[in-house]
Ligand binder design. Structure first.
Ligand SMILES: *Cc1c(COP(=O)(O)O)cnc(C)c1O
Length: 359
Protein backbone atom coordinates (compact mmCIF):
# COMPACT_ATOMS: atom_id res chain seq x y z
CA UNK A 1 0.00 0.00 0.00
CA UNK A 2 1.27 3.51 -0.81
CA UNK A 3 1.40 5.81 2.21
CA UNK A 4 0.87 9.56 2.34
CA UNK A 5 4.46 10.74 2.56
CA UNK A 6 5.02 14.17 4.11
CA UNK A 7 8.82 13.97 3.98
CA UNK A 8 10.70 17.23 3.48
CA UNK A 9 13.11 15.45 1.16
CA UNK A 10 13.77 13.15 -0.52
CA UNK A 11 10.06 13.48 -0.95
CA UNK A 12 6.94 12.09 -2.58
CA UNK A 13 6.90 11.81 -6.37
CA UNK A 14 3.79 11.61 -8.55
CA UNK A 15 2.52 8.04 -8.75
CA UNK A 16 2.19 8.28 -12.56
CA UNK A 17 5.86 9.19 -12.77
CA UNK A 18 6.92 6.23 -10.65
CA UNK A 19 4.71 3.93 -12.70
CA UNK A 20 6.21 5.17 -15.94
CA UNK A 21 9.75 4.81 -14.61
CA UNK A 22 8.91 1.28 -13.49
CA UNK A 23 7.43 0.40 -16.88
CA UNK A 24 10.54 1.72 -18.63
CA UNK A 25 13.05 0.20 -16.24
CA UNK A 26 14.05 -2.72 -18.47
CA UNK A 27 13.52 -1.14 -21.85
CA UNK A 28 13.63 2.61 -22.34
CA UNK A 29 11.77 3.55 -25.51
CA UNK A 30 12.68 0.39 -27.44
CA UNK A 31 16.41 0.72 -26.71
CA UNK A 32 16.47 -2.57 -24.83
CA UNK A 33 18.22 -0.85 -21.90
CA UNK A 34 17.35 1.05 -18.77
CA UNK A 35 18.28 4.72 -18.74
CA UNK A 36 20.59 3.90 -15.86
CA UNK A 37 22.55 1.54 -18.12
CA UNK A 38 22.94 3.93 -21.05
CA UNK A 39 26.11 5.68 -22.06
CA UNK A 40 25.79 9.35 -21.25
CA UNK A 41 27.28 9.98 -24.72
CA UNK A 42 24.58 7.96 -26.51
CA UNK A 43 21.93 9.51 -28.71
CA UNK A 44 19.19 7.97 -26.58
CA UNK A 45 20.49 9.60 -23.42
CA UNK A 46 21.20 12.85 -25.24
CA UNK A 47 17.52 13.12 -26.13
CA UNK A 48 16.48 12.56 -22.50
CA UNK A 49 18.98 15.16 -21.27
CA UNK A 50 17.90 17.72 -23.86
CA UNK A 51 14.22 17.11 -23.21
CA UNK A 52 14.59 17.65 -19.47
CA UNK A 53 16.24 21.01 -20.05
CA UNK A 54 13.70 22.02 -22.73
CA UNK A 55 10.78 21.13 -20.46
CA UNK A 56 12.24 23.08 -17.55
CA UNK A 57 12.74 26.10 -19.81
CA UNK A 58 9.18 25.83 -21.04
CA UNK A 59 7.52 25.21 -17.69
CA UNK A 60 9.46 27.97 -15.86
CA UNK A 61 9.58 30.39 -18.80
CA UNK A 62 13.38 30.67 -18.58
CA UNK A 63 14.65 33.50 -20.80
CA UNK A 64 17.15 32.72 -23.58
CA UNK A 65 20.01 34.53 -21.86
CA UNK A 66 20.02 32.03 -19.01
CA UNK A 67 21.81 28.68 -18.96
CA UNK A 68 20.37 25.61 -17.29
CA UNK A 69 23.04 23.44 -15.66
CA UNK A 70 22.77 20.02 -14.04
CA UNK A 71 25.26 19.61 -11.22
CA UNK A 72 25.89 16.97 -8.54
CA UNK A 73 26.80 17.68 -4.93
CA UNK A 74 23.38 18.88 -3.77
CA UNK A 75 22.33 22.35 -2.73
CA UNK A 76 25.23 22.26 -0.28
CA UNK A 77 27.74 22.36 -3.09
CA UNK A 78 26.08 25.52 -4.37
CA UNK A 79 26.87 27.17 -1.03
CA UNK A 80 30.49 26.86 -2.28
CA UNK A 81 30.08 27.20 -6.03
CA UNK A 82 28.15 30.45 -5.84
CA UNK A 83 30.89 32.41 -4.02
CA UNK A 84 33.69 30.65 -5.94
CA UNK A 85 32.17 31.70 -9.25
CA UNK A 86 30.34 34.91 -8.53
CA UNK A 87 32.69 36.72 -6.17
CA UNK A 88 34.80 39.04 -8.30
CA UNK A 89 35.14 42.00 -5.95
CA UNK A 90 34.89 39.58 -3.05
CA UNK A 91 31.71 40.59 -1.24
CA UNK A 92 28.10 39.54 -1.08
CA UNK A 93 24.93 40.30 0.90
CA UNK A 94 22.98 37.66 2.84
CA UNK A 95 19.59 37.38 4.48
CA UNK A 96 19.63 34.60 7.06
CA UNK A 97 16.16 33.12 7.45
CA UNK A 98 17.04 29.63 8.55
CA UNK A 99 19.59 26.87 8.58
CA UNK A 100 20.19 26.69 4.82
CA UNK A 101 20.47 30.43 4.38
CA UNK A 102 22.84 30.41 7.36
CA UNK A 103 25.04 27.78 5.76
CA UNK A 104 25.21 29.69 2.48
CA UNK A 105 26.28 32.73 4.52
CA UNK A 106 28.95 30.97 6.56
CA UNK A 107 30.42 29.10 3.58
CA UNK A 108 30.69 32.35 1.62
CA UNK A 109 32.77 33.87 4.44
CA UNK A 110 35.60 31.56 3.38
CA UNK A 111 35.85 33.31 0.04
CA UNK A 112 35.19 36.94 0.81
CA UNK A 113 33.24 39.45 2.80
CA UNK A 114 29.76 38.23 3.67
CA UNK A 115 27.50 41.05 4.77
CA UNK A 116 24.52 40.06 6.95
CA UNK A 117 21.67 42.31 5.77
CA UNK A 118 19.02 40.82 8.05
CA UNK A 119 18.24 37.74 10.09
CA UNK A 120 15.18 36.26 11.78
CA UNK A 121 17.18 34.19 14.24
CA UNK A 122 15.86 36.22 17.20
CA UNK A 123 12.48 34.47 16.90
CA UNK A 124 13.62 31.02 15.79
CA UNK A 125 13.26 31.97 12.11
CA UNK A 126 9.48 32.17 12.38
CA UNK A 127 9.20 35.16 10.04
CA UNK A 128 10.88 36.85 7.09
CA UNK A 129 12.66 40.00 8.29
CA UNK A 130 11.84 43.36 6.71
CA UNK A 131 14.76 44.45 4.57
CA UNK A 132 16.26 47.92 4.81
CA UNK A 133 17.72 48.81 1.40
CA UNK A 134 20.23 51.18 3.00
CA UNK A 135 21.91 48.10 4.43
CA UNK A 136 22.42 46.59 0.97
CA UNK A 137 25.92 46.88 -0.43
CA UNK A 138 25.50 48.45 -3.89
CA UNK A 139 28.90 47.09 -4.78
CA UNK A 140 28.23 43.48 -3.78
CA UNK A 141 28.83 40.67 -6.28
CA UNK A 142 25.47 39.15 -5.40
CA UNK A 143 22.64 39.13 -2.88
CA UNK A 144 21.68 35.72 -1.50
CA UNK A 145 18.33 34.54 -0.15
CA UNK A 146 16.76 31.18 0.59
CA UNK A 147 13.34 31.69 -0.99
CA UNK A 148 11.53 28.99 0.96
CA UNK A 149 12.82 27.82 4.31
CA UNK A 150 12.24 24.10 4.35
CA UNK A 151 12.93 23.58 8.05
CA UNK A 152 11.15 26.59 9.53
CA UNK A 153 8.30 26.86 7.01
CA UNK A 154 8.60 30.48 5.89
CA UNK A 155 8.89 31.98 2.43
CA UNK A 156 9.62 35.22 0.68
CA UNK A 157 6.36 36.27 -0.96
CA UNK A 158 8.29 38.44 -3.43
CA UNK A 159 12.00 38.60 -4.25
CA UNK A 160 13.83 41.60 -2.76
CA UNK A 161 14.63 44.44 -5.15
CA UNK A 162 18.41 44.42 -5.40
CA UNK A 163 18.89 46.76 -8.35
CA UNK A 164 22.02 45.93 -10.34
CA UNK A 165 23.25 43.43 -7.77
CA UNK A 166 22.36 39.93 -9.02
CA UNK A 167 19.88 38.14 -6.78
CA UNK A 168 20.81 34.53 -6.00
CA UNK A 169 18.08 32.28 -4.61
CA UNK A 170 18.13 28.82 -3.11
CA UNK A 171 14.80 27.45 -4.38
CA UNK A 172 15.42 23.85 -3.38
CA UNK A 173 12.07 23.43 -1.66
CA UNK A 174 9.88 25.73 -3.75
CA UNK A 175 11.03 25.40 -7.36
CA UNK A 176 8.07 24.48 -9.60
CA UNK A 177 5.55 25.18 -6.82
CA UNK A 178 4.35 28.44 -8.40
CA UNK A 179 5.37 30.70 -11.29
CA UNK A 180 8.51 32.82 -10.80
CA UNK A 181 9.88 35.63 -12.92
CA UNK A 182 13.32 34.19 -13.64
CA UNK A 183 14.51 37.51 -15.07
CA UNK A 184 14.47 38.99 -11.54
CA UNK A 185 17.27 36.62 -10.54
CA UNK A 186 20.91 36.31 -11.50
CA UNK A 187 21.07 32.71 -10.36
CA UNK A 188 18.58 30.17 -9.04
CA UNK A 189 19.62 26.81 -7.65
CA UNK A 190 17.59 23.87 -6.41
CA UNK A 191 18.42 20.32 -5.45
CA UNK A 192 15.90 17.98 -7.05
CA UNK A 193 14.85 15.83 -4.14
CA UNK A 194 12.20 18.17 -2.73
CA UNK A 195 9.90 19.13 -5.56
CA UNK A 196 11.48 18.03 -8.80
CA UNK A 197 12.76 14.47 -8.72
CA UNK A 198 15.11 12.11 -6.92
CA UNK A 199 18.32 13.09 -5.10
CA UNK A 200 21.45 13.31 -7.22
CA UNK A 201 20.97 16.35 -9.40
CA UNK A 202 20.91 20.03 -8.58
CA UNK A 203 19.64 22.47 -11.18
CA UNK A 204 21.36 25.81 -11.61
CA UNK A 205 19.72 28.51 -13.70
CA UNK A 206 22.27 31.23 -14.31
CA UNK A 207 22.28 34.44 -16.33
CA UNK A 208 24.97 34.05 -18.97
CA UNK A 209 26.94 37.18 -18.09
CA UNK A 210 27.56 35.77 -14.60
CA UNK A 211 29.45 32.77 -15.96
CA UNK A 212 33.06 33.71 -15.55
CA UNK A 213 36.09 32.33 -17.36
CA UNK A 214 37.98 30.65 -14.54
CA UNK A 215 40.44 28.76 -16.76
CA UNK A 216 43.45 30.42 -15.15
CA UNK A 217 42.18 30.15 -11.61
CA UNK A 218 42.64 27.55 -8.89
CA UNK A 219 38.90 26.96 -8.66
CA UNK A 220 38.49 23.19 -9.05
CA UNK A 221 37.36 22.29 -12.55
CA UNK A 222 34.17 20.61 -11.37
CA UNK A 223 33.19 23.68 -9.34
CA UNK A 224 33.18 26.06 -12.32
CA UNK A 225 29.86 26.96 -13.92
CA UNK A 226 31.82 27.60 -17.09
CA UNK A 227 32.64 23.90 -17.42
CA UNK A 228 28.99 22.85 -17.12
CA UNK A 229 27.86 25.59 -19.44
CA UNK A 230 30.38 24.90 -22.20
CA UNK A 231 29.68 21.18 -22.10
CA UNK A 232 25.89 21.09 -21.69
CA UNK A 233 26.47 19.58 -18.23
CA UNK A 234 28.15 16.62 -19.96
CA UNK A 235 31.79 17.36 -19.15
CA UNK A 236 31.78 14.22 -17.05
CA UNK A 237 29.02 11.71 -16.37
CA UNK A 238 25.96 13.58 -15.16
CA UNK A 239 23.43 11.93 -12.80
CA UNK A 240 21.63 10.44 -15.79
CA UNK A 241 18.83 8.59 -14.04
CA UNK A 242 17.98 11.55 -11.79
CA UNK A 243 17.82 13.83 -14.84
CA UNK A 244 15.54 11.33 -16.62
CA UNK A 245 13.22 11.26 -13.58
CA UNK A 246 13.14 15.06 -13.44
CA UNK A 247 12.10 15.00 -17.09
CA UNK A 248 9.20 12.69 -16.25
CA UNK A 249 8.15 14.98 -13.38
CA UNK A 250 8.26 18.02 -15.70
CA UNK A 251 6.13 16.20 -18.29
CA UNK A 252 3.62 15.37 -15.59
CA UNK A 253 3.65 18.98 -14.41
CA UNK A 254 3.03 20.29 -17.90
CA UNK A 255 0.12 17.90 -18.37
CA UNK A 256 -1.35 19.13 -15.06
CA UNK A 257 -1.41 22.71 -16.36
CA UNK A 258 2.05 23.98 -15.44
CA UNK A 259 3.07 26.28 -12.63
CA UNK A 260 -0.06 28.44 -12.54
CA UNK A 261 -2.20 25.34 -11.98
CA UNK A 262 0.29 24.09 -9.37
CA UNK A 263 0.09 27.37 -7.50
CA UNK A 264 -3.71 27.20 -7.32
CA UNK A 265 -3.61 23.62 -6.10
CA UNK A 266 -0.78 24.28 -3.64
CA UNK A 267 -2.62 27.26 -2.16
CA UNK A 268 -5.72 25.14 -1.74
CA UNK A 269 -3.79 22.33 -0.07
CA UNK A 270 -1.92 24.68 2.27
CA UNK A 271 -5.15 26.50 3.22
CA UNK A 272 -6.79 23.23 4.30
CA UNK A 273 -3.97 22.58 6.74
CA UNK A 274 -3.43 26.16 7.96
CA UNK A 275 -7.16 26.76 8.47
CA UNK A 276 -7.37 23.70 10.63
CA UNK A 277 -4.23 24.67 12.61
CA UNK A 278 -5.66 28.15 13.19
CA UNK A 279 -8.89 26.76 14.63
CA UNK A 280 -7.46 23.83 16.57
CA UNK A 281 -7.23 23.82 20.36
CA UNK A 282 -4.45 21.27 20.30
CA UNK A 283 -2.27 21.99 17.28
CA UNK A 284 -0.79 25.29 16.21
CA UNK A 285 1.44 26.53 13.40
CA UNK A 286 4.81 28.01 14.37
CA UNK A 287 5.13 30.71 11.70
CA UNK A 288 3.75 34.26 11.50
CA UNK A 289 0.81 34.09 9.10
CA UNK A 290 2.01 36.38 6.34
CA UNK A 291 5.25 34.44 5.86
CA UNK A 292 3.83 30.95 5.71
CA UNK A 293 5.31 28.51 3.24
CA UNK A 294 3.10 26.74 0.73
CA UNK A 295 5.36 23.70 0.81
CA UNK A 296 6.50 23.06 4.39
CA UNK A 297 4.07 23.40 7.28
CA UNK A 298 5.60 23.07 10.76
CA UNK A 299 3.26 22.68 13.72
CA UNK A 300 3.33 21.67 17.39
CA UNK A 301 1.01 20.69 20.21
CA UNK A 302 3.17 22.46 22.79
CA UNK A 303 3.73 19.12 24.54
CA UNK A 304 6.69 17.03 23.40
CA UNK A 305 5.14 13.73 24.57
CA UNK A 306 1.91 14.45 22.72
CA UNK A 307 3.90 15.35 19.59
CA UNK A 308 5.59 11.97 19.74
CA UNK A 309 2.31 10.17 20.25
CA UNK A 310 0.79 12.01 17.31
CA UNK A 311 3.68 11.14 15.00
CA UNK A 312 3.46 7.48 16.02
CA UNK A 313 -0.33 7.27 15.63
CA UNK A 314 -0.18 9.09 12.28
CA UNK A 315 2.36 6.61 11.01
CA UNK A 316 0.09 3.72 11.96
CA UNK A 317 -2.62 5.35 9.85
CA UNK A 318 -0.35 5.71 6.81
CA UNK A 319 0.74 9.37 7.24
CA UNK A 320 4.52 9.14 7.34
CA UNK A 321 7.55 11.38 7.84
CA UNK A 322 5.71 13.98 9.90
CA UNK A 323 8.53 14.64 12.37
CA UNK A 324 9.95 18.14 12.39
CA UNK A 325 13.59 18.64 11.39
CA UNK A 326 15.99 17.09 13.89
CA UNK A 327 17.13 20.60 14.87
CA UNK A 328 13.65 21.89 15.84
CA UNK A 329 11.39 18.95 16.78
CA UNK A 330 7.60 19.10 16.66
CA UNK A 331 5.90 18.18 13.40
CA UNK A 332 6.23 19.26 9.81
CA UNK A 333 4.04 18.32 6.89
CA UNK A 334 5.74 18.91 3.56
CA UNK A 335 3.08 19.17 0.90
CA UNK A 336 4.99 19.38 -2.35
CA UNK A 337 3.42 19.29 -5.83
CA UNK A 338 3.15 15.51 -5.78
CA UNK A 339 1.14 15.38 -2.55
CA UNK A 340 -2.46 14.93 -3.68
CA UNK A 341 -5.14 17.12 -2.11
CA UNK A 342 -6.77 13.96 -0.65
CA UNK A 343 -3.56 13.40 1.32
CA UNK A 344 -3.95 16.76 3.04
CA UNK A 345 -7.69 16.32 3.57
CA UNK A 346 -7.17 12.90 5.11
CA UNK A 347 -4.33 14.16 7.31
CA UNK A 348 -6.56 16.95 8.65
CA UNK A 349 -9.40 14.48 9.26
CA UNK A 350 -6.97 12.32 11.22
CA UNK A 351 -5.71 15.34 13.19
CA UNK A 352 -9.29 16.24 14.16
CA UNK A 353 -9.88 12.69 15.28
CA UNK A 354 -6.62 12.69 17.27
CA UNK A 355 -7.54 16.01 18.86
CA UNK A 356 -10.92 14.66 20.02
CA UNK A 357 -9.40 11.42 21.28
CA UNK A 358 -6.70 13.20 23.28
CA UNK A 359 -8.55 16.30 24.44
C1 LIG B 1 17.23 20.40 1.35
C2 LIG B 1 17.73 21.75 1.21
C3 LIG B 1 19.11 22.03 1.13
C4 LIG B 1 20.16 20.95 1.24
O1 LIG B 1 20.15 20.15 0.09
P1 LIG B 1 21.26 19.02 -0.14
O2 LIG B 1 20.93 18.55 -1.53
O3 LIG B 1 21.06 17.98 0.90
O4 LIG B 1 22.60 19.66 -0.07
C5 LIG B 1 19.50 23.34 0.96
N1 LIG B 1 18.61 24.33 0.87
C6 LIG B 1 17.29 24.11 0.96
C7 LIG B 1 16.34 25.25 0.86
C8 LIG B 1 16.81 22.82 1.14
O5 LIG B 1 15.48 22.60 1.22
Amino acid sequence: MRVYNFSAGPAVLPQEVLEQAAAEMLDQGGSGQSVTEMSHRSGEYGAIHGECEALLREVMGIPGNYKVLFVQGGAHMQFEMVPLNLMRKGKADFVVTGQWAGKAYSEAKKYGEANLVASSKDKTFSYIPALEPEKFDKDADYFHICQNNTIFGTKFSAPPETGDVPLVADMSSCILSEPVDVSKYGLIYACAQKNMGPAGVTTVIIREDLIRDLSDSKVPTMLRYQIYSENDSLYNTPPTYAIYMCGLVLKWLKKKGGLAAMKTLNEKKAAILYDYLDGSEMFGGTVEKEYRSLMNVPFVTGNGELDKKFIKRAKEEGFVNLSGHRSVGGMRASIYNAMPIEGVEKLVAFMKHFEQENA
